[in-house]
Ligand binder design. Structure first.
Ligand code: 8X3
Length: 234
């Protein structure tokens, strides 16, 4: 890599929440960020803000993911597999299997699809990093959460499998598994746009995590009780 060439990162699901915050955080650290998500207007705005490249990309589409890899080219330093989500809270006995399928498609197969096409570029960088955004839902079970927890357990197991399989390759495989994070859309999507039910998820939680906590910046928490300061790890 010629001196002065910025390191590169791909963030999927970059249109909002943890994905957008991560893209901003990586850009602030000097990366050129490919901001990938389905909603073109959102990624275009974000990419313009951080000097990155917008990519309209649905991780469930072979063609769009292939186009992402073509755009990125032969070398990539960091892949953040953030695209994911929860749809519905039906108990297993009443499972909406279309919702369960969608959750598996985006949280597991989508992650695999993107990883597979970008892996050669990550290896080529000589020190690639794959960061999969999992969840505490990939560690536990809760009533009504079966479809999402099953999918996020899948995220975790794929991550661990990949780590073992790449033991002799110059690629680190990591997972971050946040708990409840209050973002604009996670709960709203889960409850199909029902603002009131979405709001109840965070009721009684004094200071839920926010996207920037996960992305590594913590300006929103600076000054709160127990915060050691914006430059220190919380
Ligand atoms: C989201 C965590 O607790 O809402 O990944 O399922 S939870």
């Amino acid at each position: 890599m010629p001196p002065g060439t910025p390191r590169t990162a791909v963030v999927t699901g970059a249109s909002s929440g943890i994905g957008a915050a991560t893209a901003r955080s990586l850009a602030a650290a000097g990366f050129h960020v490919y901001c990938a998500a389905r909603r073109s207007d959102r990624v275009e705005k974000l990419a313009a803000e951080i000097g990155g490249t917008p990519v309209t990309c649905d991780v469930t589409s072979d063609a769009e993911v292939a186009a992402l890899a073509t755009l990125v080219g032969p070398s990539l330093d960091v892949l953040v597999n953030n695209a994911g989500g929860a749809f519905g809270v039906s108990p297993v006995a009443e499972a909406d299997t279309d919702d369960w399928q969608r959750m598996y498609d985006v949280n597991v197969i989508g992650l695999v699809r993107v990883t597979k096409v970008l892996l050669p570029a990550l290896v080529a960088s000589g020190a690639g990093v794959i960061l999969n955004v999992g969840s505490t839902a990939g560690r536990i079970a809760y009533e009504g959460g079966g479809g999402y927890t099953a999918a996020k357990h899948g995220t975790q197991v794929v991550t661990e499998t990949l780590r073992l399989e790449l033991y002799d390759q110059p690629v680190r495989v990591c997972e971050i598994a946040p708990g409840m994070v209050r973002t604009d859309e996670f709960a709203l999507v889960r409850f199909d746009g029902d603002q009131e039910r979405a709001g109840q998820v965070y009721a009684g939680v004094a200071e839920p995590l926010v996207a920037e906590d996960v992305a590594g910046e913590c300006p929103s928490r600076a000054g709160r009780p127990g915060c050691p300061g914006p430059q220190s790890p919380c």
